[in-house]
Design a protein around this ligand. Structure first.
Ligand SMILES: [Zn+2]
Length: 405
């Protein structure tokens, strides 16, 4: 157990005061003391430190209940910024946000067809450097870089242990980037970063229960938040639902197994099924949308065609929803979550997917409550994992215990 030394207690109290100002500002010193149960002198001394460090600024005068009007405190959200990077199997997406998590700049770049540990790290350095250059000097100080990496991640040491889609192992992301940029770097699995983002920006951080955020893009993974804390499992494997076996005789997955959920319901799987149907001569407007070049068809093209009423694309998305529904039913039986959030590239096609997912869960889940588990699409959009990666740094500053579980 961690000893309650003076230094440590002081830092916990500082986090409490800083978070109070973030959540409730503009707020007076007296109100902070009242709402945190800290003594007024403790609050005053912590606020002085926070003012000196420029995390907090004094704003307008508040209402007085007689006597002098109190000075209100707010977060200096423009004084600092955080960088978040989502390293997916196909793209690297980067965002720069202020202290409130407001996205100031965003950029995405395709990975080349072949990457090595070194070339991936070089590309990360280049993407981050470009973003920092674009940001100019008008904004404040960089607090840290959060990386959401797909695959298995050792979040404590910031190492990508295995990225099956790129066939890379043991990439020392934290060590390399901290050395290069000289700021704090935190690395987490991309789906867990996404789940953190949902908890931080959309849900209530103090919400109890289990919330599962499923990242459906070129791969499938899930971030599990239990009573406000991320679940990692013994060896960082918790949430790897993309590699749940669904079809015993199914096709080979990037992980080496056969018939994983990912081989049936990921963006890549949808694209492969579309190409197979088109090669067999199925009529569809996908050909036109891709200007006759089948290689240009992506999951997003199929979504676009479905919106135009293309029967093949609607079928493909409905079938994907059924496969996801089967995986989600298994997940409900395993974890009995309060809420499931569908995120990642495929959440754009939510109009077509959610109905099929819900119908499948409703047909297969064990009880009435399980059948009615809340299943929604994320509102954070394409950059949800990058925005979630920003929270890796924000949580370190504002939260006592959000990240560990
Ligand atoms: Zn697999």
């Amino acid at each position: 157990m961690q000893k309650g030394t003076f230094q440590w207690m002081k830092s916990i109290n500082k986090t409490i005061v800083l978070n109070k100002i973030r959540m409730s500002g503009p707020i007076s010193r007296a109100q902070i003391a009242k709402e945190t149960n800290l003594t007024p002198p403790t609050v005053s001394s912590i606020v002085k430190e926070l003012l000196d460090e420029q995390f907090v600024v004094e704003s307008q005068q508040g209402q007085s209940s007689g006597g002098r009007k109190p000075t209100m405190l707010v977060l200096n959200h423009k004084g600092f910024y955080v960088l978040g990077v989502d390293v997916g199997p196909v793209k690297i997406r980067t965002v720069l946000t202020d202290l409130n998590g407001k996205v100031l700049f965003s950029h995405s770049a395709y990975l080349p067809a072949f990457v090595t540990n070194k070339s991936l790290l070089d590309m990360l350095k280049a993407e981050i450097s470009n973003m920092l250059k674009n940001a100019s000097t008008s904004i404040g100080q960089l607090l840290g870089i959060g990386i959401g990496m797909h695959g298995i991640v050792d979040h404590k040491h910031g190492i990508s242990l295995f990225a099956p889609s790129l066939n890379l192992r043991n990439i020392p992301i934290k060590e390399e980037l901290e050395h290069y940029f000289q700021v704090a770097v935190k690395v987490e699995n991309d789906a867990r970063a996404m789940a953190l983002g949902e908890t931080w920006f959309v849900s209530d951080q103090n919400e109890s229960g289990t919330v599962v955020t499923i990242n459906v893009g070129n791969g499938i993974g899930a971030g599990i938040v239990v009573d406000g804390k991320l679940l990692h499992g013994e060896h960082s494997l918790a949430g790897e639902i993309g590699h749940m076996s669904i079809d015993l005789g199914g096709s080979k997955c990037t992980c080496g197994n056969f018939g994983c959920l990912q081989t049936l319901a990921s963006g890549t799987a949808i694209k492969e099924r579309a190409l197979k149907e088109l090669t067999m001569g199925k009529k569809s407007c996908l050909n036109e949308l891709a200007d006759g070049d089948l290689d240009r068809i992506e999951a997003s093209t199929i979504y676009q065609a479905a919106r135009l009423g293309d029967p093949l694309s609607i079928d493909l998305l409905t079938n994907t929803g059924i496969y996801l529904g089967i995986g989600i039913t298994n997940l409900i039986h395993l974890l009995n979550p309060t809420k499931i959030i569908i995120s990642g590239g495929i959440s754009n096609a939510k109009d077509f997917l959610l109905t099929a997912i819900k119908e499948t869960v409703s047909a297969r889940a064990l009880t009435v409550q399980a059948k009615n588990t809340e299943i929604i699409a994320s509102k954070l959009g394409e950059y949800s994992a990058a925005i979630g990666s920003v929270v890796l740094i924000l949580a370190d500053i504002f939260s006592v215990d959000l990240v560990e579980c």
